[in-house]
Design a protein around this ligand. Structure first.
Ligand code: ATP
Ligand code: MG
Length: 654
C-alpha cells in the first residue's frame, strides 16, 4: 500500500497463485504465443489474417479508415453475408449433418437437436417470410423471444437479408421494450406466446401487445408458438408457423457491405440509461469469430460448447450466435433457470451433453458456491476442458471455487473482459499460452491495444491503478450510439484525447497483467485513497463464510467516504454476534486498515440488473438514506425493500 494521497486507484490486493496451461492443451492450441508477436509487429495485417477466416464475396480495398475518429471503418469495400458465413459455408463443406444446437427446454424431456443443414433451411425460410412481410435491407426488426432455437433463426434471418436486429431481453417490461422498439423504429417485432421460467409458462405476447400499441413504426408481429397458451390476436399478428412454415426453402444470400449495420443492442443499464450500441458487419464478425476460436480453443469436430447467457445480451449475440456458428461449433442452448427443477440443472446438462467448453458469469458462479459444493459433486463434469467467465470482475475465491468444483481442479479459466460496446472479447488469457492468475483478465488479446492510465492519460507503471482505455480502434468496436453521434463522442471519447474510455477501473500487477477493479463511478474515496469496490469485495468473499458481497462508499464526516459492505453468507452459515466484527477485521488483515469497512450489513439478496450484475448505485442510495434512483433495469424490486429495512435498523460500528 502506498501513502501517496493522489494515486488514481489504490492497489491493495496481492494474489500469488498461478496455474499453467495443461501441457496437452498447450501442445494443440489453436493460437500460440506467436500471435502476440505477429499482432504487435503488424496489427492491421493480423486483423486481415483473422478476417480471412471468413468468406468474403468481395475483397476489401483498405483494412482500416481512421481518418475521422472516433468513427472507424473496417475492411472498406469488402462484402460478405453473415448468415452465409455462419451456415451455408459449413453445409457446402460437407458438415450439414453436424449438430449446431442441442436445445434443452426448461420442462424435463423437452429437447430438440438441430443440425447445420436444418438450421440453414429454417433461416432461409425465415428470410423469405420476413421479405414477404415487407422487410428490406436496412430496416430494423425487434426480437423479443425466450431462449429457443427460433431466437437464433430470427437473428440469422435478419442478417441474411440485411435487416438490422434489435434484440430485447425477454424479461423486460412494456416501458423497456416499447422504448427500444421506438428508439430503433422497428418495422417488425418477432416474439412468442411465451417461454418457460421456473417451472411454468411465462407469457411474452401481452407485453408485446402493449408495447406495439405505443410504437407506431411496427407493421407486423411474427409470433412463435412455444407454450401453446391462449393469446390475444391483433390484425398485425402473424403466426411464425404459418409465415415461416409456408415459406420457400430456397434463398440465396446476398452480400452486404462490411460497414452495413448488423444490429443495435442496448447496454445492460448497470450505471445509467441504456445506450443503443450499433455494430456493423465485417469487423464485428471477424473479431467475434476469431476470439471464440482463440479464447475457447474451439475444435469444431469434437467440442461441445455451452454459453449460459441469454440471447438478449451481447454475450448471447457474439458467443451463442455469431462467434460459435461462424466457427461451425456444436453448442447447447438452454431455455430456463439454473434451479429448475433442481439446483443441479446446469451440471445435469453438462453431464448429458458432455459439454467441453462452458462460458458463464460471476453472478452464477457465486450463486452456485452459495448453494454448496455437494450439488455439482453429484454429476460427472469430467468432459469440461475450459471454463470462461464474463460480465463482472470475478473474485479470486470465486475463480478458485469454479476451477475446483466445476473444473475438477484442472481446467484453465478464461476471464474475458469486454463490453456491449466492444462487441467481442478484448482482454483475456489464452488457454494454451497464459499462466493464469485467479481474478485477473491478464493480457489484451492479440491485436488489441488496452492500457491503464492515470488522470492525465499517461500509462501507469506496473503495480499502479487507474482507468482502463483502448488506444487503437478494433474491428468489432461500436460504430456509434444509434441516432446519437454526439452522445457516442461524449460518453466514450471525451475523457482522454484519442482514447476510448471504457468506464472501468483497472490495475497492472508487477508482471504487467491487468486486473479489472470495477466501474470508476463506484470507486470509494476514503481518507484520500481511491479504493476499488472489487478489491474489498474480493477480500470479503475470501472469508469462508461469505458467498457474495457488494461494497459502496457512503458520505462520512471524518474520512470523506466510509465503506459500507452488503454481505450474503454461504448457505449453511448461521450468523453469530461476532461475525460482522470478524469480517471487518478480515478485510483489514487482507488489504490494510484503510480498507476496513465502516459497517457490514448481512442481506439475503443484492440488487442486480436483469443480466445479474450488482447495481451498486442503488446500494449507495440506501447507505446514504436517499430515495432510490432509476430502478427500471432492476431484476427484483422487492430486494431493495428488504435491504432498506435492514439498513434502517443497523448502525455504524466504530
Ligand atoms: P451500462 O453501460 O448501461 O451501465 P453495463 O456496463 O453493465 O451497462 P454491459 O456492456 O453488458 O453493460 O457490460 C460491460 C461491463 O461489464 C464492463 O464495462 C465491465 O464493467 C463489466 N465486465 C464485463 N466483463 C468483465 C470482466 N471479465 N471483468 C470485469 N468486469 C467485466
Ligand atoms: Mg457499460
Amino acid at each position: 500500500m502506498t501513502d501517496t494521497p493522489q494515486e488514481t486507484l489504490a492497489n491493495l490486493l496481492t494474489e500469488t497463485r498461478r496455474f499453467d496451461p495443461p501441457p496437452a492443451l498447450a501442445a494443440t492450441a489453436n493460437v500460440t504465443a506467436e500471435a502476440y508477436e505477429q499482432a504487435s509487429a503488424d496489427r492491421l495485417g493480423f486483423w486481415e489474417q483473422a478476417a480471412r477466416r471468413l468468406h468474403w464475396g468481395t475483397d476489401w480495398e483498405q483494412t482500416l479508415d481512421w481518418t475521422n475518429p472516433p468513427f472507424a471503418k473496417w475492411f472498406i469495400g469488402g462484402k460478405l453475408n453473415v448468415a452465409y458465413n455462419c451456415l451455408d459455408r459449413h453445409v457446402e463443406a460437407g458438415n450439414g449433418d453436424r449438430v449446431a444446437i442441442y436445445w434443452e427446454g426448461e420442462p424435463a424431456g423437452d429437447e430438440r437437436v438441430v443440425t447445420y443443414a436444418e438450421l440453414l433451411t429454417e433461416v432461409k425460410k425465415a428470410a423469405n417470410a420476413l421479405t414477404d412481410l415487407g422487410v428490406v435491407a436496412g430496416d430494423r426488426v425487434a426480437i423479443y423471444l425466450p431462449m429457443i432455437p427460433e431466437a437464433a433463426v430470427a437473428m440469422l434471418a435478419c442478417a441474411r437479408i440485411g435487416a438490422t436486429h434489435n434484440v430485447v431481453f425477454g424479461g423486460f417490461s412494456v416501458d423497456a421494450l416499447s422504448g427500444r422498439i421506438n428508439d430503433a423504429t422497428a418495422k417488425v417485432v418477432i416474439t412468442a406466446d411465451g417461454g418457460y421460467r421456473r417451472g411454468k409458462p411465462s407469457a411474452l405476447k401481452p407485453t408485446v401487445d402493449e408495447s406495439v400499441a405505443l410504437a407506431p413504426s411496427v407493421e407486423k408481429v411474427l409470433v412463435v408458438r412455444r407454450t401453446g397458451e391462449d393469446v390475444a390476436w391483433t390484425d398485425k399478428d402473424v403466426w411464425w408457423h404459418d409465415a415461416v412454415g409456408g415459406a420457400s426453402e430456397d434463398h440465396e444470400a446476398q452480400d452486404f457491405d462490411a460497414e452495413h449495420p448488423l444490429f443495435i443492442l442496448y447496454t445492460s443499464g448497470t450505471t445509467a440509461k441504456p445506450k443503443g450500441i450499433l455494430h456493423t458487419t465485417g469487423g464485428y464478425l471477424t473479431q467475434a469469430s476469431y476470439t471464440h476460436h482463440a479464447v475457447f480453443d474451439l475444435k469444431p469436430e469434437s467440442d461441445v460448447y455451452w454459453c449460459t447467457a441469454d440471447i438478449g445480451w451481447v454475450t448471447g449475440h457474439s458467443y451463442i450466435v455469431y462467434g460459435p456458428l461462424s466457427n461451425g461449433a456444436t453448442q447447447v442452448m438452454y431455455e430456463g433457470t439454473p434451479d429448475t427443477p433442481h439446483r443441479g440443472r446446469f451440471w445435469e446438462i453438462v453431464e448429458k451433453y458432455k459439454v467441453t467448453l462452458l462460458y458463464t458469469a460471476p453472478t452464477a458462479i457465486r450463486t452456485f458456491a452459495k448453494w454448496g459444493d455437494d450439488i455439482p459433486a453429484k454429476f460427472d463434469l469430467s468432459s469440461l476442458r475450459i471454463l470462461g467467465s464474463v460480465g463482472e470482475p470475478i473474485n479470486p475465491e470465486a475463480w478458485i471455487w469454479y476451477r475446483d468444483n466445476i473444473g475438477s481442479g484442472k481446467t484453465p479459466i478464461v476471464d474475458t473482459w469486454w463490453q456491449t460496446e466492444t462487441g467481442a472479447m478484448m482482454i483475456s488469457p489464452l488457454p494454451g499460452v497464459t499462466s493464469t492468475k485467479p481474478g485477473s483478465a491478464q493480457r489484451p488479446l492479440p491485436g488489441i491495444a488496452a492500457d491503464v492510465v492515470d488522470d492525465e492519460g499517461n500509462s501507469v507503471p506496473n503495480g499502479g491503478g487507474g482507468y482502463l482505455v483502448l488506444r487503437e480502434p478494433w474491428p468489432s468496436m461500436l460504430r456509434t450510439i444509434w441516432g446519437d453521434d454526439q452522445r457516442f463522442i461524449d460518453t466514450y471519447w471525451s475523457k482522454f484525447d484519442a482514447m476510448y474510455f471504457a468506464g472501468d477501473g483497472a490495475k497492472r500487477d508487477d508482471d504487467g497483467d491487468i486486473w479489472l477493479l470495477g466501474r470508476v463511478d463506484d470507486v470509494m474515496l476514503v481518507s484520500g485513497h481511491n479504493i476499488s469496490t472489487t478489491e474489498v469485495e474480493s477480500a470479503l468473499v475470501s472469508h469462508p463464510k461469505v458467498a457474495e458481497s457488494a461494497v459502496v462508499g457512503a458520505t462520512d464526516p471524518i474520512t470523506g467516504q466510509g465503506i459500507v459492505a452488503f454481505v450474503i453468507l454461504r448457505g449453511s452459515v448461521e450468523p453469530d454476534d461476532g461475525l460482522t466484527t470478524e469480517l471487518r477485521n478480515h478485510v483489514a488483515a487482507k488489504l490494510g486498515p484503510i480498507a476496513k469497512p465502516r459497517q457490514i450489513m448481512l442481506v439475503p439478496e443484492l440488487p442486480k440488473t436483469r443480466s445479474g450484475k450488482i447495481m451498486r448505485r442503488l446500494l449507495r442510495d440506501v447507505a446514504e438514506h436517499r430515495s432510490l434512483g432509476d430502478v427500471t433495469t432492476l431484476q427484483d424490486s422487492a430486494v431493495m425493500d428488504l435491504i432498506s429495512q435492514g439498513m434502517d435498523k443497523g448502525k455504524p460500528e466504530d
